[in-house]
Design a protein around this ligand. Structure first.
Ligand SMILES: [Zn+2]
Length: 452
């Protein structure tokens, strides 16, 4: 990662006796970065944090079972994917707000800017329809040769020096649990009272400068800690609360445009004596359902789960803050506010095997030629392959030997194993997503209501 020397200031107000951060005061540069976390696909976050493991965090940054999912894709041979690009797309997920995030004062996304490739001059001048790809190993639909000539398109959505998501002139207060509110003394006081604060004498101000390392820390704590600012600035170890799944009943679930009729089935091996799911024997559709969780932006994961589940991650408060802040006063436009409230998949990330309905960003208008879908279809995985999926989402090609070895490693005797087919629909898919974010027992949390 190219180390960025740019640093942004943050004033942190600490409760001296209790050694906790009460709040921080920041300008738009910091708040833009904080809000940009919502646009990051889970795969991007896992990729950052695994590279960042040697810094200040006491333990490795493991987010539920997402790390295993990511490693599984990395370990799978390319032949299991629909095209050779699919594996790379899942390992290097793109952010649909990439153009905006490139304008952040400190941008931690080190992914190369999108490159465009076309056919040669002869083909593009002879054919009315010209094709463009963002990968140089995709074939031209006119002549079937590779689109490998670099093309340049002028990006007109450049820097206007006026901030990214929020107005340049705005300043904010950020609470320890990441509520972002306008900097109004009365509001700040009300907020302090809520945290049990009674005496101005206990306040102490400290000034920090944050570079890319600190921003990565903050991203990590905003998912793993209940008190990200205290964890970060006072070096207190965060506590991972062992969460149990609590779904909100269907009647309360927000259903506007968010239902899906898609279904799939998966065979699970269950330990008879305690009704625990040991593993799943799954076709590529179920593997893809799980793998494409990595393409979902954090903010979308939060909004999907907060409608149906009672506890997610503290970054949920960022989503609430975006929703509460007045668009004209604080955001540069309604479009930018929407980009944070309902972040979309990057282009070509739509998967027909994903049961959870997700919107994909439109193809950028800077390119008038036909942009070829590098997947070649609506799926990432090759059809008719079987996988073994463990409870903590290690996904490997299925063979009876690997399956028996795994059962043996769990010390489960063959006589104690039965199989069962379970149906996966929208509710199970959301439960699986929740469990992937929060636990290392995903199949048992996600499918527990389906096992008899
Ligand atoms: Zn061609």
């Amino acid at each position: 990662m190219a180390a960025s020397k740019v640093q942004i200031p943050l004033k942190v107000v600490i409760h001296k006796q209790e050694e906790r951060v009460l709040y921080a005061e920041a300008n738009s540069d910091f708040v833009d970065i904080l809000f940009s976390f919502l646009t990051m696909p889970m795969g991007t976050i896992i990729r950052f944090l695994s590279k960042h493991s040697n810094t200040t965090l006491p333990a490795a940054a493991v987010i539920g079972s997402f790390n295993n999912l990511y490693k599984s894709i990395s370990n799978l041979q390319t032949r299991y994917f629909a095209t050779e690009v699919c594996k790379d797309m899942l390992l290097n997920t793109r952010n649909s707000a990439e153009v905006e995030c490139r304008k952040l004062k400190v941008n931690i996304d080190d992914i190369r800017p999108i490159e465009y490739f076309t056919c040669d001059l002869k083909c593009t001048s002879e054919n009315f329809d010209a094709y463009v790809s963002t990968y140089n190993c995709v074939k031209c639909k006119n002549c079937s040769r590779f689109l490998e000539n670099k093309a340049y398109f002028t990006d007109t959505r450049g820097e206007d020096g006026q901030g990214v998501f929020v107005h340049r002139t705005a300043s904010f207060v950020i609470t320890d649990d990441l509520h972002v509110i306008p900097i109004i003394p009365a509001a700040t006081l009300a907020l302090l009272e809520k945290t049990g604060f009674t005496d101005f004498g206990v306040l102490e101000e400290r000034n920090f400068h944050l570079g890319s390392t600190e921003i990565l820390d903050l991203l990590k704590y905003s998912i793993l800690s209940k008190t990200p600012l205290t964890s970060m600035f006072l070096g207190k170890n965060y506590v991972i609360v062992d969460k149990t799944i609590q779904t909100i009943t269907n009647s309360q679930m927000s259903t506007e445009g968010n239902t899906s009729d898609k279904k799939m089935t998966v065979k699970v091996l269950v330990q008879k004596s305690n009704n625990k799911i040991l593993l799943a024997e799954a076709a590529e559709d179920f593997a893809e359902l799980l793998f494409t969780f990595l393409s979902i932006p954090l903010g979308k994961v939060i909004s999907l789960l907060s409608a149906s589940h009672s506890s997610t991650v503290v970054a949920e408060n960022l989503n609430k803050s975006v929703s509460d802040l007045n668009v004209n006063r604080y955001f540069k436009s309604q479009k930018l506010k929407n980009m944070l409230l309902d972040p979309k998949l990057a282009e070509h990330y739509y998967s027909s095997n994903q049961i959870i309905p997700l919107k994909q960003a439109a193809t950028p208008s800077l390119c008038c030629e036909h942009l070829v879908n590098p997947k070649g279809s609506d799926v990432f995985m090759k059809a008719r392959t079987m996988f073994m999926v463990t409870d903590d989402l290690v996904v490997t090609p299925l063979s009876s030997a690997t399956c028996f070895n795994y059962l043996n490693s769990l010390k489960v005797p063959p006589s104690d194993v039965k199989d069962q087919v379970v149906n996966i629909d929208m509710q199970e898919a959301l439960n699986l997503l929740w469990a992937t974010l929060n636990t290392s027992s995903v199949l048992n949390n996600g499918l527990k209501d389906s096992v008899e």
